[in-house]
Design a protein around this ligand. Sequence first.
Ligand SMILES: *[C@@H]1O[C@H](CO)[C@@H](O)[C@H](O)[C@H]1NC(C)=O
Ligand SMILES: *[C@@H]1O[C@H](CO)[C@@H](O)[C@H](O)[C@H]1NC(C)=O
Ligand SMILES: *[C@@H]1O[C@H](CO)[C@@H](O)[C@H](O)[C@H]1NC(C)=O
Ligand SMILES: *[C@@H]1O[C@H](CO)[C@@H](O)[C@H](O)[C@H]1NC(C)=O
Ligand SMILES: *[C@@H]1O[C@H](CO)[C@@H](O)[C@H](O)[C@H]1NC(C)=O
Ligand SMILES: *[C@@H]1O[C@H](CO)[C@@H](O)[C@H](O)[C@H]1NC(C)=O
Length: 585
Amino acid sequence: MGRIIWFCVISTLLSSTFASCCPSHCSCFLDTRGRNAVECRQGGLNGTLSLDGMDASMEVLRITAPEDNLNALTMNPTIQSYKRLEEIHITRSNIPNLGTHFFWGLDKLEILNLSQNNITQPLDHNFRGLQSLKELYLDDNKIYSLPSGTFRYLINLATLSIQRNRMHELMPRVFQQLERLQVLKLSGNSLVKLNPEIFKDLKALSILECRGCALTEMDPEIYSLLPYLTHLDLGDNNISKLNSKEFKYLTDLKSLNLDGNRVSSISNSMFSQQTQLEALSLARNELSVLSPSSFTNLKNLTELDLSYNKLEHVDATLLKPIEAKLNRLILSGNHIPIGEIRDLLWRNKVLRTLEIADCGLTEITEFVLPEKLTVLVLAGNYLSTLSPEVLPNTLSQLDLSRNHFRGLSEEMMQRIDSITTLKLDSNPWTCDLCHIIPLLSRVNRTDVFSLKCASPYHYVNRLLGSLHKDQLNWCTAPSYTSSDANYYLTVDDSKIGIIAASASVALLVLIIFAVLAAFLYSKRHAAKYYTHEEKRTDERESIFENQSPLFGEELSFKFPMEASEKKVAIATIDEIKNHALSNGT
Ligand SMILES: *[C@@H]1O[C@H](CO)[C@@H](O)[C@H](O)[C@H]1NC(C)=O
Ligand SMILES: *[C@@H]1O[C@H](CO)[C@@H](O)[C@H](O)[C@H]1NC(C)=O
Ligand SMILES: *[C@@H]1O[C@H](CO)[C@@H](O)[C@H](O)[C@H]1NC(C)=O
Ligand SMILES: *[C@@H]1O[C@H](CO)[C@@H](O)[C@H](O)[C@H]1NC(C)=O
Ligand SMILES: *[C@@H]1O[C@H](CO)[C@@H](O)[C@H](O)[C@H]1NC(C)=O
Ligand SMILES: *[C@@H]1O[C@H](CO)[C@@H](O)[C@H](O)[C@H]1NC(C)=O
């Protein structure tokens, strides 16, 4: 342990003799670009970084450590004698502040990665002599301040990353001399406000990231100083107001992330200059209404993320101006009625990815889904059946997880066989002969093999892959009966032999379930007068194909929670019905 011990092997090859040295717990090799690389990843190194006896031709040095065996190193000025170094990565090594003129003479150094150390305040002379440096990474240190001109000797720097440090403000002229800087990443510093002054030196900046910077607004002057910006990420901040001309100077913008803020409205002209924009994320904001012309000028948009907002309606013409290129649309986590989603995407032939997870959908009818779709996410809805005709033929990825499926039909499975990525987990799979046979015959798919039964009782959490058809019982949950009396009759008629054989324990459990469910059911009815419970229950019964309200979907210990989820679902049905009525469809 302790210092690095270097092993040198003297080899004789034909007439020439050369020495290749390698530290004891490092590896030395030619990297993919044919450079001499030294890599030490074992960790546990402490004291001054020792480079004694190291081959002078080293071009790439990489020292890091596993999470449970971090290094505790201080830098060693002798590194200056390795004049051929092009990359230095010393990470997870608890390096404290750097010394004066530390990298002096390393004219070829292009990449310096000092992430995950204990640097608190870099100073300009730390970087003196690195005139070729193109990329500097200081992520995950404890930098609390950067004096003006910190990077002024790095005249060729193109990428500067100081993410997840402890800065609260940036000094004026902190980026002095960084005229060639293209990429600036400041995410994860609680900067609250960005002073336009600091951007005056960054004439070439094209990528700016400040996620999680606790920003409440952006001074419009900043944008006027950054006309070449192509990528702007202001996600996970606290921005609530966007000026109606907020982005007017950013005419080259290709991607804009505003996800995770508190934006509640988008003015019509907000994106009027962003004809180059390809990806826009407004996910996790507070949008409740979008004007039909919100995106009119975004002719080059291929990706639009509006997920987890408060949208309850979308205008059917919202996507018309941009539908020629729109490839990926994410509407998850809103409560837009399925009829409006259909109208929004009507006859769309371009869309490839559609995500409508957590949208309270209870059914997907024909003609809703665009015909060329390859990726469809329907996770977290209330679907219990899905007809194969609904799914586009081009589909290659389908996510039906977190729904209410108890089984899938053979027709559905045949349709799904060609889908390469399938997610079916977290559904109440009912492992009996009525529901699970088509799935069970596909357990050689790993995505089916690992599904878990939710019922019957004795197969709860059993992997589908560990079940054999012969082990299945007749239908334990009465999907096809409508009254309690019939339920018991069904049990008596068809299961009498099995019950006798598997002792009366199962029956006892069923009775307890019945009593519990009946109790909760009556409680729900007692609360009818201030909700529309009656109506909902009626509709619910018709929707779930006459399943018993007692022993249908909700036969589970999670009953109270499921009931509240249901209300959302049912509200959506109401809306669908109303919508359908008003549309006369
Ligand atoms: C380095 O580690 C060795 C053994 O693990 C220990 O004896 C020594 O005190 C450590 N040195 C420093 C500077 O922490
Ligand atoms: C810098 O080091 C960190 C920590 O080891 C690593 O995650 C990151 O990918 C490195 N960056 C580059 C550009 O190599
Ligand atoms: C990081 O450096 C500070 C002084 O700059 C020191 O007090 C602290 O102990 C160091 N942290 C670790 C984990 O060594
Ligand atoms: C966001 O800003 C509001 C004021 O606009 C403030 O009250 C709130 O604490 C801020 N939230 C966070 C997480 O910074
Ligand atoms: C879309 O982008 C391409 C390439 O960047 C550009 O040539 C074209 O003008 C853009 N379309 C519009 C409508 O601006
Ligand atoms: C699974 O089994 C079916 C026939 O039972 C076969 O057609 C299919 O190729 C198998 N798939 C895999 C991934 O083994």
